[in-house]
Design a protein around this ligand. Structure first.
Ligand code: DPP
Ligand code: ZN
Length: 868
């Protein structure tokens, strides 16, 4: 397998100024004719050969400036077409046949439920035709699509339609995209779809047609995406001064899709799960996801499309920045405090473990085998945190000036993360050279803080350390902005400096550093406010300080972090405790009684913000708890987690019952307040069930029978199934009957069962694979079973007898044979291998080694790193 390295970057010898494509779709075989107008780069004088990527193409003919090339003047082998004897400017024409019907990897052109569609990022275009498939080759595309008129009335590509015609039973449409773009942004759709249409008037007064396409039966599920799109367009004008640039903006919903969605120029292609939404079929979390993904892909039109990446090592240039943009958009549309906690929760529970295991890599990696494997939480979420830190270092106004400069200077170009940071430096005068270590160093920095009090005042002393990661043994200190306040006994922030500020940002950029606050005493430190840097913060709080923060801190993140510290302290003691299950139960009761008083206060204030209360009251996940213990004994962690949940359910049972009843809604509302209330109510119901409350089943069944929306229905189902209440089997059967024709809802049905904890669940998951609706070729369905099992069911996955690993390995091999990208993604669940206790490690290792033998390049890279 070939390794690609950042320091081996070379610009291509030829530009491709224009691409004219003709895609002729027939059952079984699609013929792609292409004309590439090539122009030698000024600095490549003397070079006359050029390579083009091409995977699995049946070459029918190749011509240079209209003259058919004989086999002596080109070579096509190992995915590369090399053509010699090229003049400075010329047109290379090719005709190839491809077989989209057989494309189960879902890269390039493929068929999904009777519709032809494409996915070209990162390297899918080479499966369609010969091309220098790299993001620094920007071309103007003209695309003609031909297909049967009755079966494929809709023929779409990027840009604007400029011509169309009929040809017997067939028809064709030609699309022209005036903006030069890399081929990863190419898209094409041929199908029979319903359309929701609207318009948007841009800031300069142009009218843009907005068209959202889905299967006819899903036409009623497009309103929320349309609303979100219009909000996103307005927000980007107001917040970044960015206006949309084509006359049409299209989104097509597709059932078979490897990612969430794709920002192809003017023609986004979306996983149905990220665009369809209806209260009856979509949870509240689903609604929020649609809003953020629609916005994310729209924002890429500037951060990604107009200004793109020089090479794939710079992926975070567009993804980190665009995630930051979509996070801020969602914060503005909803509750900013809640959104921030949700984002941090996701980062620390998913990206931190990635950064602490064998898959750790820098936000700007220096090498890769398969770029598909680098669409990671590190590139996306940590990348967004790095942009966020720059936002805070420059301030809102400075940051806006810097992004204006970035968009203006690099419009139409393919650039690097360094170019982005250079704009930040130029407008602010800051020297960010040391800051840039965030891009090149992998691993999560650990920041330890000690507080001391003496006659000079109150001091905070910091020490930072980034642990070694694969390929990077030694780390340098990074620049860590630590936003702090110091709370007095009433929970009020005290004055910290001569300017009278009560909140300041301390820049920690040395390995050890101290800060003194003269005249301050008797305070509780509120650290890393707003999660001002993506670090693990360690501080030994004194007795009562965490409770004080939880009760009084005005910073939503710090309150939440305090609640995590309290839960983890209790859970850690239970995991480490001696004795059998009975003793754990007893110990858990004591812990719950300790926690009850402070949680009771949170419950009492739940009326202020139900969503925030739900975040504070939810226990950290079993997986997150496991990540704190090496060697990891997942069985022990499972018992500890379950015991505390049960004990809290019991200790606060009257409060949970009261919440379950008082939060009951009588009519459906889809605003943030209503969603927060549903979230808290579902949580209360779970605690009630966890504590074996006799009313839990009745409440869950009632909710399940007459739900106002999918969040209620699924919340009830999850409680019934996960707590094995007597009504569970019947509810599952009923749910299946109700929703058998709604694929996205059935995904939830599968996933609820695949994530139902317990060591006896392996066989049950195996049973799900036999269900007639299970389908190995549909990524969403695979994720709902295999992904949920491996990622959210640690007790079953790590079953002592190794049966979970056996099942996992069988599933991986099956998925890999059809879709290597999805297999590799799911294989990441095995990255905790080095942390496991020895017996389990041996079992998992053996299973993974046997899968690795026949694995695809994608899967092989991941398994290789996990096993190394
Ligand atoms: N479609 C993926 C995203 O938007 C990759 N660009 O993140
Ligand atoms: Zn993106």
């Amino acid at each position: 397998v070939k390794t690609t390295r950042l320091d081996e970057y070379r610009s291509p010898a030829y530009r491709v100024d224009e691409v004219r494509l003709d895609v002729d779709i027939h059952d079984g075989v699609t013929t792609v004719s292409s004309e590439l107008v090539l122009q030698r780069h000024a600095d490549a004088a003397g070079v006359s050969s050029m390579t083009f990527n091409g995977e699995g193409l049946s070459l029918r003919s190749l011509a240079l400036d209209g003259v058919v090339l004989n086999e002596a003047s080109y070579r096509y082998e190992a995915g590369l077409l090399t053509v010699d004897g090229l003049p400075e400017r010329c047109t290379l024409s090719s005709v190839v046949d491809i077989e989209p019907e057989k494309n189960t990897a879902l890269e390039g052109l493929y068929l999904s439920k009777g519709m032809y569609c494409t996915q070209c990022e990162a390297e899918g275009f080479r499966h369609i035709t010969f091309f220098p498939d790299r993001p620094d080759v920007l071309s103007r595309f003209t695309t003609t699509v031909r297909a049967d008129r009755a079966r494929f009335p809709l023929l779409l590509s990027n840009g604007n339609p400029v011509a169309s015609g009929e040809d017997g039973e067939r028809h064709w449409v030609t699309w022209e995209d005036p903006f030069p773009k890399p081929c990863y942004l190419f898209a094409l759709v041929a199908g029979d779809l319903a359309c929701l249409e609207d318009t948007f008037n841009t800031m300069s007064g142009r009218e843009v047609a907005l068209r959202l396409y889905a299967e006819h039966r899903d036409l009623d599920k497009l309103d929320h995406a349309m609303e979100s799109l219009k909000q996103a367009m307005r927000w980007d004008e107001q917040t970044y001064g960015r206006e949309y640039d084509l006359d049409i903006y299209m989104i097509v919903a597709v059932s078979h899709f490897n990612m969430g969605a794709m920002e192809n120029k003017g023609l986004n292609i979306f996983n149905t799960s990220c665009v369809l939404a209806h209260p009856a079929t979509t949870t509240d979390a689903g609604f929020q996801r649609v809003e953020s993904v629609v916005a994310h892909e729209y924002f890429h039109n500037w951060s990604g499309n107009r200004v793109t990446c020089r090479d794939w090592f710079q992926l975070s240039l567009k993804e980190g920045f665009t995630v930051f943009r979509d996070q801020e958009f969602s914060a503005d549309m909803n509750s900013a405090a809640v959104k921030r906690v949700e984002d941090v929760d996701f980062l620390v529970n998913h990206q931190f473990p990635e950064d602490q295991g064998p898959m750790a890599h820098p936000v700007r990696p220096s090498e890769y085998q398969k770029i598909d494997n680098f669409y990671t939480l590190t590139i996306y979420e940590k990348g967004a945190e790095i942009v966020r830190m720059q936002y805070h270092l420059l301030g809102a106004e400075g940051f806006r000036k810097a992004t204006d400069l970035y968009f203006e200077r690099f419009d139409g170009q393919a650039v690097t993360c360094d170019d982005f940071v250079a704009c930040m430096e130029e407008v602010s005068g800051l020297d960010l050279s040391k800051f840039k270590r965030w891009y090149s160093q992998a691993g999560t920095p650990v920041l330890s803080v000690t507080a001391t009090q003496d006659e000079h005042g109150y001091s905070l002393n910091f020490r930072q350390q980034t642990p070694p990661t694969p390929g990077q043994a030694e780390k340098l200190p990074v620049v860590i902005p630590v936003r702090i306040a110091l709370l007095d006994r009433d929970g009020e922030p005290v004055i910290l400096d001569e300017q009278g500020r009560r909140e300041v940002v301390l820049i920690v950029d040395q390995q050890e550093q101290g800060f003194v606050f003269p005249g301050v005493s008797g305070v509780t430190p509120s650290l890393l406010r707003g999660f001002s840097a993506p670090v693990v913060l360690q501080h030994d709080y004194q007795d009562g300080q965490l409770e004080h923060l939880l009760a009084h801190d005005s910073d939503g993140y710090c309150r939440w972090a305090a609640s995590r510290e309290l839960y983890f302290a209790a859970l850690d003691r239970l995991v480490k405790g001696e004795g059998g299950t009975a003793n754990v139960a007893q110990a858990a009761e004591q812990e719950a009684n300790q926690l009850a008083a402070v949680l009771d206060q949170v419950i009492a204030r739940a009326g202020e913000d139900a969503a925030q209360a739900a975040l504070l009251l939810a226990l950290p996940s079993e997986v997150a708890l496991g990540d704190r213990h090496v060697p990891l004994d997942p069985g022990r962690v499972h018992v500890a987690h379950r015991s505390l949940r049960r004990a809290l359910g019991h200790a606060l049972q009257s409060q949970w019952l009261e919440l379950s009843e008082s939060l009951l809604a009588t009519e459906l509302q889809m605003d943030g307040v209503a969603m927060g209330r549903r979230q808290l109510r579902n949580l209360a119901l779970e605690y009630l069930a966890a504590g074996d409350h006799p009313e839990a089943e009745r409440i869950a069944v009632e909710l399940f029978e007459l739900p106002l929306c999918m969040s209620e229905e699924l919340g009830a189902l999850r409680t019934l199934v996960h707590y094995q209440l007597p009504g569970a089997a019947q509810a599952l059967a009923q749910f299946e009957k109700r929703w058998k024709d709604e694929a996205l809802v059935m995904d939830q049905w599968f996933s609820v069962q695949a994530s139902a904890g317990g060591t006896d669940q392996v066989e049950r998951v195996r049973g799900l694979l036999q269900h007639p609706a299970f389908d190995w070729a549909t990524p969403n369905r695979v994720r709902s079973v295999v992904g949920a099992f491996a990622g959210s069911n640690p007790a079953a996955f790590h079953a002592e007898d190794g049966s979970g690993y056996r099942l996992f390995a069988e599933m991986l091999a099956k998925v890999d044979a059809l879709n290597p990208q999805i297999a590799a993604r799911i294989a990441n669940a095995a990255a905790r291998l080095p942390r496991l206790k020895a017996e389990l490690q041996g079992k998992l290792r053996a299973e993974l080694e046997s899968v690795k033998k026949g694995a695809s390049a994608n899967l092989s890279e991941v398994l290789g790193r996990v096993l190394s």
